[in-house]
Design a protein around this ligand. Structure first.
Ligand code: MN
Length: 500
């Protein structure tokens, strides 16, 4: 369900000009090929890096950018000015560029060859000023881009390029993506609402609602044989509550849960949807609220959020693409309840049912318990704890005049108690810089109670992603201090008003 990142391409584009003559240009092309190939082979770079011929004129630049725009596998450009590439040549091309780009400010040689350096060497290896000319025109044209500085074999450079490639892959995945809502928003809720037309213009994905009856029809067409097979898979994969096993009192509920999962997956596959939402307020014709279904479909790579929250569902999908192949998981999450003990303040994150088992620490247990709301039969769900370690919470909110992507860095901690009566998957974390400041900043920024919780992405992935999307990025981390944070929000407000 997640894309194979290695099938996606980043085009490595080296700028120069004819002034230097064929011998120098030959060297430029050789160096570019070596760098691009090295990036392509690097374990850190998840996508394919394709070296394009050196561009030396307005026409060549325009043409390669036109090709990049039209190429379905090209997710973005890495641009490098080995020599001086007069940047007025770049204007026409950059004006039509629809893909993200990264400006790699690097140099072929790592060290200055002290004994042999002469003016020929200087004229060949001049990205130190050539890249400044490119930096000027991209600043002058007010283009969002990531600037990575460092030698191309340096681990730190590779890490930064890796992060940007993942953000670009998620952006590529959003273009033309379809998300389906079963039922509308949870009634009267504000933060999960938003402008779906603006989102499609800004983000490239569409969100459309289907009546729950349309889904129920597909669920009802699921065969007993399909259910048998999935129930076998459940039993082989999870620690099963005895009542759910064959001859157990709730075995039929497990079969119903499997039927719902197969039905939703069929619906998503048939409609080519990359994610979905549901709502406990609209389950007409469904026996139980999808619990294990939503959990397992998320684990397969689908976006999901409850209560009609399409923005979070799409974000979960994007973050799953960004994290493809990395250790750890990404999941729909909700700040549920607090532990305010002065020695150990923290948040308990969970949802009624739907936390993705990609963040599970150990084998999840498959259980059935009553659900206080929705008025349906007891839903089957996976229950588990989550590993300790660095994580982030991310939320996209619609502020009316813009979208804001809000990220809080947190530290997940091991549960201090066993929580024997809590029948849902859960995570405990401490927000940075501390509970009081982190939560206050989140509230001031209008961050939702729904988030995507990630164990394998950092704020830099989301910052690159927000830059590519051209939306506001607001970060709460170790250095956050409320007075300056409030000013940042005020200044952003002015910036986005002037920038309309
Ligand atoms: Mn919720």
């Amino acid at each position: 369900m997640l894309p194979d990142l290695k099938k996606l391409e980043v085009w490595f584009i080296t700028g120069s000009q004819h002034l230097y003559g064929p011998e120098t240009l030959q060297k430029v092309a050789e160096h570019a090929t070596i760098i691009a190939e090295s990036l392509h082979q690097s374990k850190q770079i998840p996508v394919s890096v394709v070296c394009k011929p050196t561009v030396k004129s307005t026409e060549e630049i325009y043409q390669v950018i036109q090709e990049a725009n039209a190429n379905n596998n090209c997710i973005g450009l890495v641009c490098w000015m080995h020599t001086f590439s007069p940047a007025k040549m770049w204007i026409n091309g950059l004006k039509i560029l629809h893909k993200p780009f990264l400006h790699f400010h690097t140099q072929f040689n790592r060290d200055i060859p002290w004994d042999s350096i002469d003016m020929d060497f200087m004229n060949l290896n001049q990205s130190a000023h050539g890249d400044r000319e490119f930096g000027f025109i991209t600043a002058r044209m007010n283009l969002n881009r990531k600037v990575v500085v460092g030698h191309w074999q340096d681990e730190e450079s590779l890490d930064k390029i890796n992060i940007w490639c993942r953000a670009a892959a998620a952006w590529h995945d959003w273009q033309g993506a379809k998300f389906v809502r079963f039922g509308d928003n949870m009634r009267y809720v504000a933060v999960t609402e938003g402008d779906k037309v603006e989102a499609e213009i800004k983000f490239g994905y569409s969100v459309n609602t289907y009546g729950v009856g349309d889904l129920v029809q597909v669920i009802n067409a699921v065969t007993n044989h399909q259910i048998d097979e999935l129930v076998k898979e459940y039993i082989a994969t999870y620690q099963m509550a005895p009542s759910l096993l064959e001859n157990g009192a709730a075995h039929e509920s497990l079969r119903q849960a499997a039927k719902i999962e197969i039905g939703i997956e069929t619906f998503l596959e048939t409609g080519n949807f990359k994610g979905f939402t549901d709502t406990f307020e609209d389950l007409h014709g469904m026996v139980q609220l999808p619990g294990i279904a939503a959990q397992r479909l998320m684990a397969k790579g689908y976006g999901f959020a409850g209560e009609g929250d399409w923005k979070t569902s799409a974000l979960v999908r994007a973050m799953k693409v960004m994290g493809a192949g990395l250790q750890g998981g990404n999941t729909f999450m909700e700040d549920y309840t607090y532990h305010f003990h002065p020695d150990n303040r923290m948040v308990l994150g969970a949802h009624m049912l739907e936390i993705c088992p990609s963040i599970a620490d150990g084998k999840p247990s498959c259980e059935i318990h009553p659900l206080g709301i929705g008025g349906k039969a007891d839903p089957v769900r996976l229950v588990f704890n989550s590993a300790a370690g660095a994580a982030i919470n991310a939320s996209i909110v619609d502020l009316g005049n813009r979208f804001r992507l809000l990220v809080n860095e947190v530290l997940a901690v091991k549960p201090i108690q066993s929580l024997p009566k809590l029948p849902v998957a859960r995570v405990l974390w401490k927000p940075y810089p501390n509970m009081h400041t982190g939560c206050a900043a989140w509230i001031l920024a209008g961050g939702a109670h729904h988030t995507c919780y990630s164990q394998n992405l950092t704020k830099e992935h989301l910052e690159d992603f927000a830059d590519i999307a051209g939306i506001e990025f607001t970060h709460i981390g170790k250095q956050t201090e409320i007075s300056s944070f409030k000013n940042e929000l005020r200044w952003s407000e002015v910036y986005y008003k002037l920038n309309q």
